[in-house]
Design a protein around this ligand. Structure first.
Ligand SMILES: [Zn+2]
Length: 226
């Protein structure tokens, strides 16, 4: 069923199905899109043959262009169906947005059409994709209709907040193993949640949608992530 799959690094099972089950299970009811996050690296020109270090793409992907992805556990996909992934520019792909908040502007939610697998080994596949849609975070609320539903739970340790233009990034993690993050958007006096991400055991996901937040809900987030 999946053309791209790996022996599971979390439980070591050859045909583990937990990550794709979790992708559906953790998708919030307000999210329009579910996809994989940091297990996907966008490869820069001329780097395909180098297994040791990844030469990452620094410019955001453009609609209609072909790009190469290096995908790793727990990524799974079929070559028949489009899939969604995040594009994070170089520094935030490796180190997170805390130290590189300006890269929130250049990050994208991307719908990919798989074209071909050009190389694989036990750890990674290199897949050429066509970019069907490359969406700035600030445009997510224009693209998706407003939806309601519960906000996902998050760890209450090592919590941080970063404001960048109209976006606010909240991050929380438990011993560095279980991470949850949210990106909200200031829309005049209103607030909306646009993205939620989670990583941990059998998880490396992001979800995107347009979930307006009441003043009360936003106050709770602000208080927790102070
Ligand atoms: Zn597993």
């Amino acid at each position: 069923m999946h053309d791209i799959k790996f022996q599971c690094k979390d439980c070591n099972e050859k045909d583990c199905t937990k990550s794709e089950a979790n992708l559906l299970r953790y998708k919030p009811s307000w999210a329009s899109v579910a996809g994989y996050d940091v297990c996907v690296a966008w490869i820069g020109e001329g780097a395909v043959s180098n297994d040791k270090s990844v030469m990452r793409m620094s410019e955001p992907p453009v609609d209609g262009k072909n790009c190469t992805l290096q995908v790793n556990h727990p990524f799974k996909a079929s070559l028949r169906d489009p899939f969604w992934v995040l594009f994070r520019p170089w520094d935030s792909a490796v180190n997170g947005w805390e130290d590189f908040p300006h890269e929130l502007e250049f990050a994208r939610v991307v719908k990919c059409k798989p074209v071909e697998i050009i190389k694989k080994n036990a750890k990674s596949y290199w897949v050429v994709i066509e970019v069907l849609e490359s969406m700035e975070f600030s445009k997510i609320s224009d693209r998706f209709a407003k939806c309601s539903g519960p906000i996902q739970p998050y760890p209450t340790q090592r919590m941080s907040r970063i404001d960048w233009n109209d976006l606010i990034y909240f991050n929380a993690n438990l011993e560095g193993d279980v991470t949850a993050w949210f990106i909200c958007q200031k829309q005049g006096k209103q607030m909306a949640m646009l993205l939620y991400g989670t990583s941990g055991w059998h998880e490396d996901f992001f979800f995107a949608g347009n979930r307006p937040l009441s003043a009360e809900e936003f106050k709770c987030l602000e208080k927790d992530f102070l």
